[in-house]
Write a protein that binds this ligand. Structure first.
Ligand code: CA
Length: 226
């Protein structure tokens, strides 16, 4: 296995030592930070594949750390919350976290979540720009243009478009899109994909002659490009 580097930002030493030990045992390369500022600093200086970020941290809290990391990196972030504190959880996802786990969690659960992000690992974390035909996506500022005109997208529409652009010329099934955009534990209807593709088309395709998103009947969707 290629090195997969995980940073744990967690002030409870017993907890972080336990997680570090388990992850190391699984073959991951693990680094730890015990407060928000040093975690942020380490993220700026190193290239991690995934970050486990506690919300309640001394000094700079996890929400703030997440917000600042998102200004320069798309690294997957799993938030760890002490209790089922809904506002914190929502806030975490709101500032760009990919996932969250409520403590205490079973290590198997954490490993399962990590594997999902590992499967999704592509160069997308490092790509600043994606360009397919006349569509340009700037991952640093989360802006999208088509034919030079900026297109305003919601987060889900953006994620959906990004997934399809990265996998251009590959037909993605509804299930694949659900897993990478909504998360593997999404339990709703897969029709949600069709609904969001419709939203996306209304913004990115309706005013243009050359349609970007193609429906492949009975399979899913594809964006074709050079
Ligand atoms: Ca804590």
């Amino acid at each position: 296995m290629e090195d997969y580097k995980i940073l744990i930002i967690e002030d409870e030493k017993q907890m972080s030592m336990f997680v570090e030990m388990e992850l190391t045992h699984e073959g991951y390369k693990v680094a730890t930070a015990y407060d928000g500022s040093s975690g942020l600093e380490m993220t700026e200086e190193n290239d991690y594949d995934l970050i486990l970020l506690d919300i309640m941290l001394p000094g700079l809290n996890g929400i703030e750390v997440c917000r600042r990391i998102r200004q320069f990196s798309r690294v997957p972030i799993i938030m760890l919350t002490a209790k089922s504190d809904i506002p914190d959880r929502v806030l975490g996802l709101d500032v760009g976290a990919n996932d969250y786990l409520v403590k205490p969690f079973a290590i198997e659960e954490l490993l399962a979540r990590i594997r999902v992000h590992q499967r999704n690992k592509t160069d997308m974390n490092k790509l600043d720009y994606i360009k397919v035909k006349d569509v340009v996506m700037d991952n640093r500022t989360h802006q999208v243009w088509r034919n030079g005109r900026e297109i305003e997208l919601t987060k889900k529409e953006y994620d959906l478009l990004e997934r399809m652009l990265i996998n251009k010329n590959v037909v993605l099934t509804r299930e694949q899109l659900i897993e990478s955009v909504w998360g593997f534990d999404y339990e709703g209807d897969t029709n949600v994909v069709d609904v969001y593709v419709r939203y996306l088309r209304s913004k990115i395709d309706d005013k243009f002659e050359d349609k970007l998103v193609t429906t492949v009947r009975g399979v899913g969707y594809v964006i074709k490009g050079d």
